[in-house]
Design a protein around this ligand. Structure first.
Ligand SMILES: O=C(O)CCC(=O)C1=CC=C[C@@H](O)[C@@H]1C(=O)O
Ligand SMILES: [Mg+2]
Length: 321
């Protein structure tokens, strides 16, 4: 016997979360529950505005169609739509036991570049010190100075930076000029410094600073390849698709000697705890990019350890079916 449930949620965000120059006031998405005999699996379907091609309504319609077929006992192929394929495949993998329960709740603290804020965060994390700093939001020169200062002040710190393709080659150069060449190896990578991949490669060649692909993974002409200066790929499962596709991408990256970083698409705590499990399962050596729960004002159904945010239960959400 199979049965299904689908809920729509809307969680208020912390003021000031800006994605692609758009303020994200609420995080909207769907939670799905599959039940088969005495087994139960959950998944989150949350297209990310500005990043996903689909909307929540698109996702809902595609999910409903698949759920109707699954409920009648058909094992239909997963939909292509990435957020839907991800959520449904997680629910199926919980039922089958493919997605292990063990989770890696470490997360590289996300910092907007306020050094005092970062020092406080770093003090709180034991072990390997890896943090992620958004750059490209202020003057490139200021970013360079902040990065230099952080690396100087915390000798065992590794930084991940993310420019979201915000820099022209000139701005990228201005940034690099302020980062002491001896400190540059402690920049684990900078995600997508420039508007084009070619400009980002050029930046890496000229500065010796490693780069990572994130946005590029979703482009039609992207192929996984090892190349000079490239150290990592950032994999955002909600934007990628099914768990099988995520796994394939992780394996391809590892075979090429690249780090694969499992990263959040700002999912609720339910999706985030699953990403922490995916990390423990597929990329256990790597600290994931999952420090986004604090951008939200509530958790959903499952709790992230030690989060003080209230946790909304399923009966507080809008039931679709
Ligand atoms: O990767 C992380 O450490 C956290 C997630 C994160 O930085 C992002 C999530 C979603 C959209 C973006 O603003 C940003 C990114 O570009 O990687
Ligand atoms: Mg990025």
């Amino acid at each position: 016997m199979r049965s299904v449930g689908l809920w729509r949620f809307q969680v208020p965000m912390d003021a000031g979360v800006v994605l692609r120059e758009q303020r994200l006031k609420t995080r909207d998405g769907l939670l799905v529950r599959l039940m088969q005999g005495d087994k139960e699996g959950w998944g989150e379907i949350s297209p990310l505005p500005g990043f996903s091609a689909e909307t929540v309504d698109d996702a809902k319609n595609v999910a409903l169609e698949w759920l109707a077929a699954w409920q009648t006992g058909a094992d239909a192929e997963l939909p292509e739509m990435p957020s839907v394929a991800f959520g449904l495949s997680c629910a199926l993998a919980e039922i089958s036991g493919e997605l292990p329960l063990q989770a890696d709740f470490r997360a590289a603290p996300l910092c907007t570049g306020d050094p005092d804020e970062l020092f406080a965060m770093l003090e709180a994390i034991p072990g390997e010190k890896v943090a992620k700093v958004k750059v490209g939001l202020y003057e490139a020169v200021r970013d360079g100075m902040v990065v230099n200062l952080l690396l100087e002040a915390v000798p065992d710190l590794q930084l991940r930076l993310d420019a979201n393709r915000g820099w022209t080659p000139l701005k990228a150069q201005q940034f690099a000029r302020y980062v002491n060449p001896q400190l540059r190896p402690r920049i684990a990578f900078i995600e997508e410094p420039c508007k084009t991949r070619e400009q980002s490669r050029e930046f890496s060649r000229e500065t010796g600073i490693a780069i990572a692909w994130d946005e590029s993974l979703r482009e039609a002409d992207f192929v996984f390849a090892a190349e000079p200066g490239l150290s990592a790929v950032v994999i955002k499962p909600t934007l990628t698709g099914s768990l099988a596709k995520v796994r394939e991408q992780v394996e391809t990256a590892h075979a090429l000697g690249l780090t694969a970083v499992i990263s959040s698409s700002i999912e609720s705590s339910l999706g985030l705890t699953q990403l922490a499990r995916i990390n423990a399962w597929l990329t256990p050596q790597t600290i994931p990019g999952l420090d986004t729960l604090s951008l939200m004002q509530a958790q959903l159904v499952r709790q992230w350890p030690n989060s003080a945010l209230p946790c909304w239960q399923i009966d507080e959400l809008e039931r679709v079916i």
